[in-house]
Design a protein around this ligand. Sequence first.
Ligand SMILES: Cc1cc2nc3c(=O)[nH]c(=O)nc-3n(C[C@H](O)[C@H](O)[C@H](O)COP(=O)(O)OP(=O)(O)OC[C@H]3O[C@@H](n4cnc5c(N)ncnc54)[C@H](O)[C@@H]3O)c2cc1C
Length: 399
Amino acid sequence: MSSQQFDVAVIGAGAAGMMCAAVAGQRGRSVVLIDHASRLAEKIRISGGGRCNFTNAGAGPQHYLSQNPHFCRSALSRYTPQDFIGLVKRHRIGFHEKHKGQLFCDDSSDDIIAMLKAECDAGHVAWRMPCSVAQVGKSGELFRIDTSAGEILASSVVIATGGLSIPKIGATDFAYRIARQFGLKVVETRPGLVPLTFDGRGWEPFVELAGIALQVEVETGVKKERGYFLEDLLFTHRGLSGPAILQISSFWQLSTPLTLNLLPGVDVAEALIAGKGTLKKSLGNLLAQWLPGRLAEGWLKVNGFDSGARIADMPDKALRRLGDSLNRWVILPSGSEGYRKAEVTLGGVDTRELSQQSMMATKVPGLHFIGEAVDVTGWLGGYNFQWAWASGVAAGSAV
Ligand SMILES: Cc1cc2nc3c(=O)[nH]c(=O)nc-3n(C[C@H](O)[C@H](O)[C@H](O)COP(=O)(O)OP(=O)(O)OC[C@H]3O[C@@H](n4cnc5c(N)ncnc54)[C@H](O)[C@@H]3O)c2cc1C
């Protein structure tokens, strides 16, 4: 097979890769987009419960985790949520805001995939898909890419193969391998936005709470490492999930506890003690005013209280202990559900190796990394796609 030559080869046709290819193609560069999957942009398809939370109207650098928190600033300020919203509107895709600036498609994530595909078509992007990549090398000014569709030569290569999350839909460590091959550092990776699990026996008493959801405050870490969120929590059979836990999981370090407030805004101990004289209710009835009934019952049982006991008969010390258990529940997760369930991968190609304007490796002219492959990870809520779009545009404008 004879080799084919392009200005730009983008490896990975997900969110960042398609955006980058479209921008470069529409600038008049000849672009080839390579992906090993047989279905296009599967992660966009499954995102946001099938409706793709494609950006967050308030996205800014403060919503990202990285060893180098300022790195994302430049790309995010040059391609903003408003820019992406403008694109979505030009393609007449209906959308709505769900929660805290999170924008979702009215119909389906497929609309975003079709939009990106149309933008690539407008840039005359050539496709190689499904197509596997065996090797990427550089000789002189040109990169040589060994693929199942033959050798491809390109002046610039953009690696947009994402992170390790959800291997069953094609996630690989390709970006990290290529980075290391070219002598670039990779920040250790771990699953992010992921349900947390607890030691089997320690969690046993909580198993019967599975399915209960409520709004909580959750925090972990201190100073720069501190994470705090007011979001919904979900009890599961193996541990905790829901937006509060997914958010905090990205901040959580092994052996560090989480502190949860199951009743934000209520000082439970104070309310119980103050009510002793006037409240004739049982503990179970009183807690059920504030908490889902099943949780009130389960919580009292787990903490050794009799749900039928009258508050008036309880010593202050016991009421204080009950109040603290709800307002300051300190728990130590034993692990997470891992990449199988993680929405994102923390860590990745070290940003100190890359130009924040072009996402190019400063040591390897022509080699760029974008999207989730890079050590920039957003919170839950549309921030990860905004990073994919913004870093894709940054590289697409520079190649
Ligand atoms: C279940 C789920 C729901 C999510 N929902 C949201 C959401 O609503 N909003 C949000 O902002 N973020 C969401 N995310 C995160 C978001 O999907 C990712 O951050 C984003 O897709 C990253 O874009 P990317 O282009 O870097 O990587 P990806 O979109 O993962 O694309 C990488 C591409 O590279 C290809 N590839 C991988 N390895 C190779 C290889 N070796 N050779 C060739 N091709 C390869 C893959 O097939 C894939 O097409 C969700 C993630 C998951 C798992």
